[in-house]
Design a binder for this molecule. Structure first.
Ligand code: NAD
Length: 265
């Protein structure tokens, strides 16, 4: 299976190059970066400290989509929307890890999924996908006087908040309570805001250092507190999951899939 990587010189892109080169069933089709990127033209293997991969970093995503069976995208929302259009035009499998997409950018993915198999997940680790199921179950069992708060901490480079994974955990908790997240979410608290409304799902965002990704869901009830947590210590878990998703999606019909589909959860 020929797998291409857009945003190949980014933190996740570099991990993905290693993961594709290490996968027996996969071949590295190429990688792209934004126009003007300092590493354009460099060999992708050498870029990540490995032996030559025989493919250079380019700024031509169309050529990559034409030549690959699947493309993995951990970039920025504007680029992801453009890549979704290319996936739709070429029928190439697309794996989307980019978070922080607005409604129009998300719509570009939905439209493209009529023509191509697309796997989108806010988090490609197996552990977080297990966590999503546990969070929904706990929210369904615990009564709504157990206040739900979701905490995420990430490295200081991260640009979107709350994290995509925190929002996915919020969606899972809201689903467990049969509520719509947008109607009960509180993403910012500042000043004299009054008492916490019952049923609210609160978010708190911490940023600093090189934290790969920590998430905790707290159910604070009368006389006790339940906490379910996940801590990623290496980006390898996301890269490995994304390559697994790409290989899985190559055998699927066009449609929009999640990591739960890939893992059969
Ligand atoms: P990063 O900034 O290190 O990498 C993004 C790369 O995309 C950069 O190298 C940038 O130059 C490149 N890029 C920008 N525009 C481009 C374009 N038009 N064409 C090609 N490349 C382009 O960021 P990161 O830490 O690797 O994270 C990237 C995204 O992945 C973020 O949205 C982050 O939240 C998300 N993420 C998701 C998961 C998951 O499991 N779903 C895990 C980690 C990170």
């Amino acid at each position: 299976m020929k797998i291409g990587i857009v945003g190949a010189a980014g933190r996740m892109g570099r991990m993905l190059i290693g993961a594709v080169l290490a996968a027996d069933e996969a071949e590295l089709a190429g990688g792209t970066e934004a126009l003007g990127h300092a590493d354009l033209g460099r060999d992708l293997g050498e870029l990540v400290g490995l032996t030559s991969a025989g493919v250079a970093l380019s700024s031509d995503p169309r050529a990559l989509f034409d030549g690959a069976d699947a493309v993995i995208d951990f970039t920025v929302p504007t680029a992801t929307a453009t890549h979704a259009v290319l996936a739709g035009e070429t029928g190439t499998v697309l794996v989307v890890g980019t978070t922080g997409l607005d409604a129009a950018q998300q719509n570009a993915i939905v439209l493209a999924s009529a023509k191509a198999a697309i796997v989108q997940a806010a988090n490609f680790s197996v552990g977080v996908n297990v966590l999503l199921g546990l969070v929904e179950k706990a929210a369904a069992i615990l009564p709504d006087d157990y206040d739900i708060e979701i905490l995420d901490m990430h490295h200081h480079h991260k640009v979107d908040a709350p994290s995509g994974t925190a929002l996915a955990l919020g969606l899972a908790a809201a689903a467990g309570r049969d509520r719509v997240l947008d109607e009960v979410a509180c993403k910012v608290r500042d000043g004299l805001i009054g008492a916490r409304p019952r049923g609210e799902i609160g978010f708190a965002t911490l940023r600093g250092g090189d934290v790969v990704g920590d998430h905790t869901v707290i159910y604070a009830g009368p006389g006790e507190r339940v906490e379910i947590a996940h801590k990623a210590s290496s980006r390898e878990v996301f890269a490995g999951g994304a390559v697994r998703a790409a290989l899985w999606a190559c055998a699927q019909k066009p449609g929009l899939y999640s990591m739960k589909d890939v893992l059969g959860l």
